[in-house]
Design a protein around this ligand. Sequence first.
Ligand SMILES: [Zn+2]
Length: 320
Amino acid sequence: MKRVIAALCVVLLLLVACGEWYARHRTEVDEYVRRFISGEPLGGEEMNTPTPLPSPTPEETPAPSPIPTVDADWYIERNRMLRLLLRKNGSFQNAEEIDAAIARMYIDPDKPMVALTFDDGPVAGVTDQILDILERYHVRATFFVVGARLKKPEAVALVKRAISLGCEIGNHTLDHATLPKLTVNELRYEIVRTNEFVYDNTGYTVRSLRPPGGAMSWEVTRIAKEQNMAIALWAQSGNVYEQDPEKIAENVQKQIVNGKELQNGDIILLHDTKERMVPAVELIVPQLLEKGYQLVTVWELLNLSGKGFVVGETYRNQAD
Ligand SMILES: [Zn+2]
């Protein structure tokens, strides 16, 4: 009899326990029964889903910062032209390599920038070494070429290589003429023929004119405008007569003669004709990068100026 009572107690306890469990899980059980009757999946797939790993904290995996870009039509056009020019003048194997090279030529419009410019070249033995330095640091410059030099294949090869690195090719006249001394037709020929030398050899359209010696006249401005070009003078100079590479680099940061300090947006004048410029550029490029400057082309710098790139205008820096 005792055994029967004990068994009944156990059954009773089990019933109470089941009742409590059902009361707690009633909703899930009812849903399970409903799914079973309607033939819907019973939720096993959820049970097989692996437990997600805890999200790493931001300190563990810093989000890759997006590549800065410029939200402007001229920048889209720049990249479109670069694709064509790099394919024509560079030695890239495929479109991916070209796109990767262009991606490295990004501009952050919110960071300071200056434009290095080299006049009077290209000169074999100098310009190529300067290009080596620019390539190593992934920076760009503007080369104001003397058109007549492009009669030599080695000079054309240097221009093509500069273009393939994203550099700008500017016009420094056909034979380094003092433009205000010329007739209008002579002046136009100096400019147009140089642009043709560049375009015919590379497909590159020259947009910037630097009159030799900075010698300007009303006619120079008029012909520049007629040829869809802007005039790029300079705000800072390494000094053409300086012999010492360290002093050339010092002049870029702060003029030895008049104390003018380099400013954000300045166009910097250098020359790629003398070998002493190579060690000078070796100093100048890392110094500018260390100070936080981006090195861009004149055309890029002026497009990012307040009034943009305006044909027939004369600029010394971004603020002009
Ligand atoms: Zn010159």
